[in-house]
Design a binder for this molecule. Sequence first.
Ligand code: PXG
Ligand code: PLP
Length: 450
Amino acid sequence: MNAPEKLPPTDAVRTDAQWLAAHWMPYTGNRDFKARPRLITGASGAYYTTHDGRQVFDGLSGLWCSGLGHGRREIADAIGRQAATLDYAPAFQFGHPLSFELANRIVAHMPAGLNRVFFTDSGSEATDTALKMARAYWRTRGQAGKTRLIGRTKGYHGVNFGGISVGGLVANRKAFGQGVEADHLPHTQPPAGSFHKGMPPTGAELADELLNLIALHDASNIAAVIVEPLAGSAGVIVPPVGYLQRLREICTQHDILLIFDEVITGFGRMGAWTGSEAFGVTPDILNFAKQVTNGAQPLGGVVVRQDIYDTFMAAGGPEYMLEFTHGYTYSAHPVACAAGIAAIDLLEREDAVQRVRELTPKFEAAVHSLRSARHVTDIRNYGLAAGLTIAALPGEPAKRPWQVAMAMYERGFYARYSGDTIAFAPPFVATPAEIDRFVAALGETLDQTA
Ligand code: PXG
Ligand code: PLP
């Protein structure tokens, strides 16, 4: 057994490489991080406190999850109370009251007709759950051949095998071998230099590519199409006007389930409770995570149309039998449900949706003021989400965005970079002045970056 090292005094944070080595960090350049640690030791409102005692503005609401700002007392209290009352209840064959309350609270904000909630612990698990539901649904209906899944290039649906298979980011796929049977629609990112504000006016015809995939595979072999209404991770790709409507029409005509992955777009960021509501298109299955607990506890889930649920129930056999052989030890964890209920209380009480709508025009004007900033080749935005494409250094597409993000951190701003994009998605509670300060710092940082 490895003897644990002595804990440091609580007022000091150890940052030496030997100590940091034990944690293999996710989606992180471990060697760089451990040479130049960036530890966060506290958070309140729109600001983090770092281990070296600085305040850093949260330019991505955590990882798109903490729109209400950090350290919300109501959520922390609900978590503490629940942990002391019922820390865990077996998720299979037993239940606890909070999951039913949370399910009803979520359904109240979902598009009409989507009213049955299956809980997971993350967005990645929500993806795999939705894909399994889609296949099992068709099998239950006597169409067991409908197994193929259609995603989109540049799509991000988490990192489990289902998610990387329908996902369309080569970096997430190339090292991991055979995935799940999937094919991909083209992405809808406009060419560099478009600088569209909000929804691109052209590009709806890209949805017709689904007809080509149907011609290739035949609808009798296709279970579902999964897309993010607005693609977050791959660079904030806003759907063209009419695009999602067209996907919906084709899926309906060909008996293919349409899944919206709303892990980023759900619970306020689009200036609506869902991307479905914002863009006026209703899927058959809708995935959520992140903002549902304000990031304070891991929780995700899948909301389906009632007739999908009813199909499983009707085919379930004797009543003691399971209708869907799927679930996680921590599905609907009581402490996560408590956090979810408290977060939805706050989203409702503080009218987060309206707050986002009010901030959106100011936010849009601020981010597009970077149009002529050095290295910026495109800017896209919708709601409180924006992506700036950064021109690549020769042969090193991700290096400059990384340099920009690190320089921003030194200046007191957390900016998220992924691939060739800097994303900006401030908390709903951010002020216009804070948004302006972030944008000004980003402009200066870009100008000073080689
Ligand atoms: N679907 C979508 C649309 C997502 O954005 C997931 C699924 C996976 O969720 P989990 O909870 O398993 O991580 C996501 C997650 C970024 C960033 O910087 C985005 C995500 C996660 C981490 C970073 O854009 N999205
Ligand atoms: N691996 C083993 C050995 C298990 O026993 C379990 C759950 O019982 C799992 C994985 C799955 O864990 P979870 O339900 O947290 O996804």
